[in-house]
Ligand binder design. Structure first.
Ligand SMILES: Nc1ncnc2c1ncn2[C@@H]1O[C@H](COP(=O)(O)OP(=O)(O)O)[C@@H](O)[C@H]1O
Ligand SMILES: [Mg+2]
Length: 271
């Protein structure tokens, strides 16, 4: 197995020289007159499965867009391993170890599974394009390692039988797994998953839940899971934050959040 898939939370914690992996400090974001994020603060630790839930339009995706600097908060700070990310470009946040999947599938439909996951490596490739193109020296070594990592990920996500198929032809649940694989290929310390089970049937949802747990438990990667639906989150998250109208209305372990009158009100109020 490649080094990527053999790092535990313990190793990650031993290596670190910061307090919290991610700190979000009183972030605000408005679009014209619409306040999408209204002073939200939270933190995530190494190897933690942190969930953000809330009704549609509550600001969940906007929070992700601030974390990886697709959006720039109007106020507040976001610190990654102790340093602000404000002012970075989205690809720089990815290089620092934040990987993301999207609410809608964003794969290359004509490329096969191996090729799609390999695109996740390119962000981490320690070589110039011409070395890769010439297939020489260091470029060749990196390419070998990249291929090895991709095969480990394919193994881990149990998608061997589709590895040479164009992803556009695959069942939805498998495409979502490939997308997860591409994010893993970036060798992240934190995975941002935006509604990973939306549109999935029960079996696909259960599979995805199992892989999310395996990523935390076996790979030691921290995860922020954004979900519209409470069910999955309450089963698997370590801690949960509930947002409504851009505000944090509750936070804590699932049992506490589930019984919080504010949360019950927000959810019953929605229907
Ligand atoms: N790029 C944008 N331009 C204008 N309004 C936006 C933009 N992105 C999000 N919003 C608004 O911000 C609010 C929060 O949206 P979003 O973060 O997508 O919510 P969620 O992911 O919780 O459903 C909504 O009112 C939405 O319309
Ligand atoms: Mg969203």
């Amino acid at each position: 197995m490649s080094r990527l898939l053999t790092r535990s939370t313990e190793n990650r914690r031993a290596e670190r020289d910061y307090e919290n992996l991610l700190v979000v400090d009183d972030v605000r974001l408005a679009f014209g007159g619409v306040t999408a994020i209204d002073g939200v603060s939270f933190h995530v630790d190494d190897g933690e499965l942190y969930a953000i839930i809330g009704p549609n339009g509550a600001g969940k995706t906007s929070i992700f867009n601030c974390l990886n600097q697709v959006y720039h908060p109007d106020e507040g700070d976001i610190r990654w391993k102790g340093k602000t990310v404000l002012g970075l470009k989205p690809n720089q946040t990815a290089e620092l170890g934040m990987a993301r999947t999207f609410q809608n599938i964003a794969l290359f439909p004509h490329m096969n599974v191996v090729e799609n996951i390999l695109t996740g490596r390119h962000i981490r490739m320690d070589q110039t394009w011409w070395q890769g193109a010439l297939w020489l020296g260091k470029g060749r070594r990196d390419e070998f390692e990249n291929r090895e990592v991709v095969e480990d990920i394919i193994d881990f996500l149990e998608i061997e039988r589709w590895r040479k198929q164009p992803v556009g032809m695959l069942p939805y649940g498998i495409q979502k797994r490939v997308e997860l694989g591409r994010a893993l290929a970036m060798d992240p310390d934190l995975l941002l998953l935006d509604e990973p089970v939306a549109g999935m049937n029960l079996e696909e949802t259960e599979d995805m839940a199992r892989f999310i747990l395996d990523i935390r438990d076996e790979l030691g990667i921290a995860i922020i899971l954004v979900e519209h639906d409470m069910g999955l989150v309450m089963d698997i998250a370590d801690r949960v934050m509930v947002v409504d109208f851009g505000r944090k209305i509750s936070e804590g372990v699932p049992e506490v959040v589930q019984n919080d009158p504010e949360v019950i009100k927000a959810y019953l109020g929605e229907t």
